[in-house]
Design a protein around this ligand. Structure first.
Ligand SMILES: Nc1ncnc2c1ncn2[C@@H]1O[C@H](COP(=O)(O)OP(=O)(O)OP(=O)(O)O)[C@@H](O)[C@H]1O
Length: 244
């Protein structure tokens, strides 16, 4: 569903992402982890087509992001950590607007189901200014899910959610993967990554320093298959080893 080849992103002299290669299959959840400034957000924004890549290729469901950006973007949803909403559109109008943008037919039944899933029932007429931080996040996620994206890119998706909201969101994400969506999820919450992700890409200084399942990364690092090191322990070992 997602193919990334030799992805590079530079900002002037800053090399934020260097030589990333990976694929994500339908139904798979890939965790993107790395220290502050590692290049996670830059990577996700390049995958979403929000930032142009400096070199390399991003292909979403067979559509090359550089050559067929509209087709590629129609297939995906990008959920940033800071929800970006329209100040003068109500909750329901947001969903209506997104449905029209993506050409979702008969959008009202799925929009209602999403509001129920995100616990926003009764808030249909509220403006963003009347919503809490977590509710804004949930509305942004509902808008992202409305067109049934086949690739879901999430940057710190649980920021601002309460414990029950976090649990519900984990279920929602897992369900989308079970129905065949590919997910790429960046987070500093390593237990969440450990719980939800089938494979993990660890980046540091813009470069991939480990890629595989937790068991594979553990085996690469310790040479002991079936060892019990947590992702947190592995993360600290990998990222401190890759420091210049
Ligand atoms: N718009 C920009 N202009 C210049 N440099 C940038 C810009 N955005 C990011 N960078 C730089 O690119 C590098 C990677 O930043 P990025 O935000 O992708 O990291 P991150 O892994 O998401 O970090 P964090 O965990 O802190 O959110 C950093 O050195 C950062 O300073």
């Amino acid at each position: 569903m997602l193919k990334v080849e030799a992805l590079e992103k530079t900002y002037g002299a800053v090399k934020a992402v260097q030589g990333l290669n990976f694929r994500v299959a339908p139904g798979e959840v890939l965790g993107l982890v790395g220290p502050n400034g590692a290049g996670k957000t830059s990577t996700l924004r390049c995958l979403a087509g929000i930032l142009p890549v400096s070199s390399g290729r991003v292909v979403v469901a067979g559509h090359d992001m550089a050559q067929s950006p509209v087709e590629a973007k129609q297939t995906l949803a990008f959920l940033p950590d800071e929800p970006r909403l329209f100040e003068y559109l109500t909750v329901w109008e947001h969903l209506n607007f997104v449905a029209r943008l993506y050409g979702v037919e008969d959008w009202e039944p799925p929009a209602r189901a999403l509001l129920a899933e995100m616990e926003l029932e009764g808030k249909e007429r509220a403006l963003p200014g009347e919503l809490s931080r977590g509710m804004k996040q949930k509305l942004s996620i509902a808008c992202g899910f409305l067109h049934k994206p086949r690739l879901i890119l999430l940057d710190e998706p649980l920021t601002g959610l309460d414990p029950l909201g976090i649990r519900r969101m984990k279920i929602s994400l897992r369900e989308r993967a079970e129905r065949g969506a590919a997910l790429v999820l960046s987070s500093h919450l390593l237990p969440l990554v450990e719980e939800l992700c089938h494979r993990i890409l660890v980046i540091a200084g813009g470069r991939a320093v480990a890629l595989g399942s937790l068991a594979e990364i553990r085996a690469q690092l310790t040479g002991m298959e079936g060892g019990s090191a947590s992702l947190e322990e592995l993360f600290i070992r990998i990222t401190s080893a890759s420091k210049p």
